[in-house]
Design a binder for this molecule. Structure first.
Ligand SMILES: *Cc1c(COP(=O)(O)O)cnc(C)c1O
Length: 392
């Protein structure tokens, strides 16, 4: 189903479109003390930020109401890593297919629909395919996804299959898959919805807008994982456009983190055989290479790497101290934050944000392995349970 219009948020006539607030971050309001007016329904990122996006009043918007994700304070985690600042996690797991890819995909599928495309295609480490498959289903388009064989987290694979995408596994890695997709795009038979399609980046920049809206300004530092490097490019563009529009005053330093086994931007040359437990960033030749380098340089930030061991340590620590489950790629910037603190790079009292790009349930196999224990099997009696849990 395609939503062609929205009565309360029509692009042409509703002058209040850009002034409504959609706060899900207000922890101070006491729900018992008053009867707050119902919040305006969230219209999805295209309608919310239409003035910053390449759409018109006629554009046939395809949305699953993505965006408006929580910005979660994590004081226990900050204390556990021995730091003294305010860290908020942009929890992109709360998007409709459980990753940030939905922000770019609502744009890409909307534009594909507008141009009259019939078939969309993408290469993916998993989340792009899940998102493309979902939005294509909603738009009534055929979707083809090309995946590196055996390197896709189970949850992501299950999504592409259930949404009905024609799913092809190649005997190669993500970079091989993306090369094939670029060639397919040149035939003119299909619309490519990877982040080589520039409207993906346009949609993804809305996450930076939401962070500024929630905080009242940009943070001092923004941490995020870097794979194909579309997202760091998008966030930097978003922070700059909001400042240029007078909607924020400052710009953050962009702190991008790759996995050590897949760190072409750190090494300065493509990696032929990238390897990391963080499969979402297992990429050897990022499409948005230049955008990422520009973001780091222009913001006085950096792009560095962390080992798989450091990634899994941060992944487990976040889950155990805060009850926040993310997929391993999201833990790269958290591991990077630990490094940056040890190096004295983050002044006390800073306001730091980090993007948690995808949900931990995407990769249940890694979660169970890293947890380090299995359920304890006992007889079905209270005594047996008490003995097993150390109460007897
Ligand atoms: C796609 C993805 C990334 C990497 O984002 P890029 O834009 O390719 O740098 C990181 N984490 C998750 C969960 C992803 O799905």
């Amino acid at each position: 189903m395609v939503e062609l219009h929205c009565p309360r948020y029509g692009l042409s006539s509703d002058s209040t479109l850009f002034t409504r607030t959609y706060s899900n971050n207000d922890l101070t309001q006491n729900p018992m003390s008053s009867n707050p007016a119902p919040a305006a329904a969230w219209p999805g990122v295209i309608r919310r930020y239409a003035r910053f996006l390449p759409v018109t009043a006629e554009t046939p918007i395809v949305t699953l109401l993505e965006g408006n994700t929580p910005l979660i304070p994590v004081p226990n985690f900050v204390a556990a890593i021995g730091a003294n600042f305010d860290l908020r996690l942009k929890y992109e797991a709360m998007n409709p297919t459980c990753s940030f890819k939905d922000r770019g995909m609502t744009m890409a599928i909307t534009k594909a629909k507008e141009r009259g495309a019939k078939i969309v295609v993408c290469a993916s480490t998993g989340n792009t395919s899940a998102s493309a498959a979902a939005y294509a289903a909603r738009a009534g388009l055929k979707c083809v996804v090309i995946l590196p064989q055996g390197k896709i987290a189970h949850g992501k694979m299950s999504q592409a299959l259930l949404y009905g995408a024609t799913t092809v596994s190649i005997e190669g890695n993500f970079d091989d898959a993306l090369n094939i997709v670029r060639e397919l795009g040149e035939t003119g038979l299909v619309e490519v919805v990877n982040s080589v399609n520039p409207v993906r980046i346009e949609g993804q920049k809305t996450a930076a807008f939401e962070i500024c809206d929630a905080l009242g300004d940009a943070p001092d530092f923004h941490f995020l994982p870097v794979g194909n490097a579309g997202n760091i490019t998008a966030y930097w563009r978003g922070f700059r456009e909001y400042a240029e529009a007078g909607l924020s005053d400052t710009l953050p330093r962009m702190m991008g983190w790759q996995a050590a086994g897949a760190a072409p931007l750190v090494l300065g040359y493509p990696v032929a055989h990238p390897e990391t437990v963080a499969t979402a960033i297992r990429i050897g030749n990022p499409a948005s290479w230049q955008g990422a380098m520009d973001a780091a340089r222009e913001s006085s930030g950096s792009i560095r790497s962390v080992t798989d061991e450091e990634i899994l340590h941060a992944y487990k620590l976040l889950a155990r101290t805060e009850g926040v489950m993310v997929e391993p790629a999201c833990a790269a910037p958290l591991a990077g934050l630990i490094k940056a603190i040890r190096a004295g790079e983050i002044p006390d009292g800073s306001l730091v944000t980090a993007t948690m790009t995808g949900h931990g349930l995407k990769d249940p196999d890694t979660a169970i392995r890293v947890a380090g224990f299995e359920p304890i099997l006992v007889k079905a009696t209270m005594q047996a349970v008490m003995a097993a849990v150390g109460l007897a």
